[in-house]
Design a protein. Structure first.
Lengths: 121, 121
């Protein structure tokens, strides 16, 4: 095992990307996750620099939980992982689009997407 | 002209919907806007209760600008309007999905979507 303190720049988001990110007061940006095949919007998670770094380098959708105040990897308990194909930053630098191959349902409720259950209009 | 103070509940978001919304510290939720035909994710805006109410009742994508601290209707100056077909609330009640017929490019840069220009992966 390599101790984390020796990993150096491997744990840091690329400076050229970090310089383009416009984070909210909590250091976060919303990350819209879209299915590469169906094009369904599956969910929205939140990323700080480290979550984005992990997503880009591991190609697994990795987010910051605002309620639990910790990182989580989609599917780490359910097996419903997201293999990341593309990551895009929007024109304002304050939102990410993450295009994935989703294994199983994306929603923790068992629904295919997090937007299946509650239609307002 | 009807003075705004006589409009009453017309200007208020339906209480059953308002009760399900989980807003951030600024009273906002992100609204992911998706093209009904291409299924492209076009942009992400922000809505408070009133912006959501206006979106649901006028069927025009209406948002809160965090930088200008004011409401804006997509296309009000550019003509690149969004006719709203569906609005969905996610499983946590803290994100909206707005499915639209988009006239013209969705991005103020002239790009088709706000995610066209900056691919990180």
């Amino acid at each position: 095992m390599t101790p984390p303190e020796t990993l150096g720049p491997v744990t840091s988001l690329d400076a050229a990307i970090a310089g383009r990110l416009k984070r909210d007061a909590d250091g976060l940006v919303p990350a819209v996750v879209q299915d590469a095949t169906s094009h369904d919007v599956l969910m929205v998670g939140w990323m700080d620099d480290e979550a984005l770094h992990r997503t880009l380098t591991t190609r697994r959708g990795t987010f910051w939980s605002r309620s639990r105040q910790s990182y989580w990897v989609k599917g780490e308990t359910s097996g419903h992982i997201q293999e990341v194909r593309e990551v895009r930053l929007d024109c304002d630098g304050d939102t990410l689009l993450v295009v994935v191959d989703q294994t199983g349902p994306a929603c923790h409720t068992g629904d295919r997407t997090c937007f299946d259950a509650d239609r307002l209009l």
